[in-house]
Write a protein that binds this ligand. Structure first.
Ligand code: KG4
Ligand code: ZN
Length: 335
């Protein structure tokens, strides 16, 4: 059973290209404001760290103000501040961490630094009346990470499956770009795949016999070859459906095998790619077929957001963890 902090928590997230602030009480999310920089970075084809930091500086206080207003609270009502301090873009993280230190110091309230992936993990608790069961097998699947983790408690994580190269989100994004979809993101692949034929093009599902690893770089190369080979005659919708099929199959198969190997009947899917409808549907039927329960966050808690950071911080605070004012930002940090 996971306990949460007994006072309102203000969560702050700025690890990449979303500035976000949220207020939670227990596992209830009172507000979750996300200001995305996607438009700013689109023309460069990727996140430009320097631009991201500056945009966080601009957005941070307005986003915090809106999160407090929506929650119908003043800063004086907040009992603690939780902030992503690792891993992520160092300049981007520094903006959220500096703002958090200033608020915690001025209002004499506890501060807790949160691991971004622990945030994604705990996002399954957001607003759930029936708390997700532990121990659990969690598939963390985002733009930077693809891991299957055995979760036995807060901070008690064992990685069972990891990627040898690209993350699944990266594979979605790069495929979207290669197919010339409106933007390089997984949601465009999902959109293009609606009603299309996933069997039209055969794309590799890597490492079928290796239960400890994912690999998605071969898929990227296969999509590039497909685009070159088919040229003008490529059916983009069928290609998108085929990409989605290859990624989702790998994710579902290896997650289910990991759950079976440890005899776990609670499966969580978290991170940006957990918003994918095909992944949610296929994981649900795979869980049903082995008698496991599936827990996925609401869509607003799948991609980067501060509610998940507030929840993870809240669980850490309830255990007695606190950060000092010399809290640092770390670009790379395993879960
Ligand atoms: O968790 P997240 O917001 O940021 C990271 O921590 O990386 O995940 C972003 C990733 C991107 O690769 C994005 O394309 C992917 O999640 N994503 C999706 C969908 N929505 C977001 N991928 C597939 N289908 C979606 N519906
Ligand atoms: Zn994330």
């Amino acid at each position: 059973m996971i306990q949460f902090f007994d006072a309102p928590v203000l969560g702050i997230e700025s690890s990449c290209d979303e500035t976000s602030a949220a207020v939670t009480v227990g596992n209830k999310v009172l507000s979750n404001v996300v200001s995305s920089q996607a438009d700013l970075h689109r023309k460069y084809g990727g996140v430009i760290p320097e631009l991201a930091s500056r945009a966080h500086v601009e957005a941070m206080i307005p986003v915090i103000t809106e999160a407090l207003q929506t929650a119908n609270m003043k800063i004086g009502d907040i009992g603690a501040i939780a902030v992503t301090n690792r891993p992520g873009l160092i300049g981007a993280l520094s903006v959220g961490v500096s703002a958090s230190k200033a608020l915690a110091w001025a209002h004499k309230i506890p501060l807790i630094g949160v691991h971004h992936l622990e945030g994604h993990l705990l996002s399954v608790f957001a607003n759930q009346d029936v708390p997700p069961k532990l121990p659990a097998i969690a598939l963390i699947v985002s733009g930077g990470h693809t891991e299957v983790v055995l979760v036995s408690g807060i901070g008690d994580y064992k990685i069972l499956v990891e990627t040898l190269d690209d993350a699944a989100g990266e594979a979605f994004d790069k495929s979207a770009r290669l197919l010339g979809l409106p933007s390089a993101s997984g949601i465009e692949v999902q959109r293009a795949a609606i009603g299309a034929n996933p069997k039209r093009y055969s794309l590799p599902i890597a490492l079928p016999g290796d239960d400890a690893h994912f690999s998605f770089s071969g898929l990227k190369t296969a999509v590039l070859r497909l685009v070159e080979r088919e040229g003008e005659s490529l059916n983009k919708n069928d290609a998108a459906a085929s990409v989605q099929h290859a990624i989702v199959e790998a994710l579902v198969t290896k997650t289910i095998r990991a759950a079976q190997s440890v005899g776990c009947h609670s499966i969580w899917v978290v991170g940006g790619v957990s918003a994918n409808e095909s992944l949610r549907t296929k994981m649900k039927s795979a869980c049903d077929s082995i008698g496991a329960s599936l827990f996925v966050p609401d869509f607003q808690f799948c991609t980067d957001n501060a509610a998940m950071i507030a929840l993870a911080g809240s669980a850490r605070l309830a255990k007695g963890d606190r950060s000092d004012f010399d809290l640092d930002c770390l670009p790379n940090n395993p879960l």
